[in-house]
Design a protein. Structure first.
Length: 172
């Protein structure tokens, strides 16, 4: 058995048992937006399959319109999704249900796709992966930044000629 036969057998068995990775559909996109996305894909396919320049121009114009429609629809869907969550969180906060408020906030925060594991670089430019070494590097960085000598000359900042009114409102 060669390595190619082995790889083929392993690949076939993996497809059979595990299958393909299922794409995770975002839950905030409505079925209407999904239909518009499919229509846009079909128009794109027509553009790629067409050889006539006049037809291509017509399909490109259709694609441009459909693309704008898809983007507007997706933006509206996302806004509605977040507004409903915000309303539920506000109702929960009024009732004093902090567990729900925290869960909703965490879910909305997770949807932003922020990566918590940000790489830290050493002074020489290599990435640090060990947690203890990361903390040491942060300590070293802030000691270097914050422990500076006092400046010998100070900035000459003139007084403001116009006093601006404060527009802050304290919410109760």
């Amino acid at each position: 058995m060669t390595i190619d036969d082995f790889n083929q057998a392993m690949g076939d068995k993996a497809k059979e048992t595990l299958g393909y990775r299922k794409t995770k559909k975002t839950e905030w996109i409505t079925p209407g937006t999904w239909r518009a996305i499919e229509d846009r894909k079909q128009i794109k396919k027509k553009i790629l399959d067409t050889k006539s320049t006049r037809l291509k121009e017509r399909f490109c114009a259709q694609y441009k319109e459909k693309d704008i429609e898809v983007k507007r629809s997706a933006c509206k869907d996302q806004r509605n999704y977040k507004e409903t969550f915000a309303q539920v969180a506000q109702n929960a906060a009024e009732l004093g249900d902090m567990k729900s408020v925290y869960a909703i906030t965490k879910k909305l925060r997770r949807d932003r796709g922020i990566n918590q594991e940000i790489p830290v670089k050493a002074e020489v430019g290599t990435n640090i992966t060990d947690e203890k070494r990361k903390l040491e590097r942060w300590k070293e960085h802030f000691e270097k930044i914050l422990n500076r000598f006092e400046p010998t000359t100070f900035a000459d900042i003139p007084e403001a000629e116009v006093v601006l009114k404060s527009t802050w409102v304290i919410l109760q």
